[in-house]
Design a protein around this ligand. Structure first.
Ligand SMILES: *Cc1c(COP(=O)(O)O)cnc(C)c1O
Length: 226
């Protein structure tokens, strides 16, 4: 089941790369395994997936300790400061940094763990009130600067979630504005390389718009059982 779904996802990514004149190797496919059992993670791992994404600190902690394979874990959910310690311990990337308070705590915990934590800033590109992430450009620049100067953080990218719609124009707008924001920040001296955007509903468009990290759950694992 997962094998067939993954094949379809890979074919669609390859086709989108072709349309956009991009290389598949520029893109990291993150299998979003939230709510999925360990067996599903292992099955995907055996099929060659090395990157997995979780959105709950406790579930990530549990899976990272129980699953012994050499997995690169990504934390993609909203993060509270009291859960930072557990997340820093096991995450290669934290995609959802949206405040100086949170960045400060991650920096502190990364220092204690003796690591440099790779982080992405979560940006609200859709304007939806229900979505997390920063919208104000001054705040974004201030947070980017904080991460760069903190000492134990490596600001690698920007992350966004598009609204759940089929309207291509809306999706391209969200992804395109994230790409433009990255370019703008880099013109100001930052060195941001990653664009974490694209989920089951919209990953082909995200590839066309420059995504370097796709966060795909349902299209790989099937629907989630809560
Ligand atoms: C659940 C989730 C995804 C994956 O969603 P699908 O629609 O199942 O692909 C991606 N990003 C974030 C932040 C998520 O919470």
């Amino acid at each position: 089941m997962i094998a067939e779904r993954l094949k379809t996802v890979e074919r669609k990514i390859a086709e989108a790369c072709k349309r956009a004149n991009r290389k598949r190797s520029e893109i990291r496919l993150i299998a979003v395994s939230k709510t999925q059992p360990d067996e599903a993670v292992l099955e995907a791992y055996k099929l060659g997936i090395k990157d997995f994404g979780e959105n709950k600190a406790q579930e990530l902690k549990r899976k990272a300790s129980d699953i012994k394979e050499n997995i690169t874990w990504h934390f993609i959910g909203h993060l509270q400061t009291n859960k930072v310690k557990d997340v820093v311990k096991v995450s290669e990337f934290i995609h959802s940094v949206d405040s100086i308070k949170l960045a400060n705590e991650i920096n502190k915990r990364a220092g204690k763990a003796g690591k440099k934590q790779k982080v992405l800033l979560e940006i609200n590109t859709s304007g939806e009130e229900t979505k997390y992430g920063l919208r104000d450009e001054k705040e974004i620049i201030a947070l980017a600067r904080f991460c760069t100067e903190a000492g134990n953080l490596e600001l690698t990218g920007l992350m966004t979630m598009a609204p759940f719609v089929q309207d291509e124009k809306i999706l391209r707008n969200c992804f395109g504005s994230l790409r433009e924001l990255k370019e703008k920040l880099n013109r100001q001296g930052f060195n941001i390389t990653e664009l974490s955007m694209g989920m089951t509903n919209d990953y082909e468009i995200a590839v066309e718009e420059g995504a370097t990290m796709l966060r795909i759950g349902t299209a790989i694992f099937g629907s989630r059982k809560y």
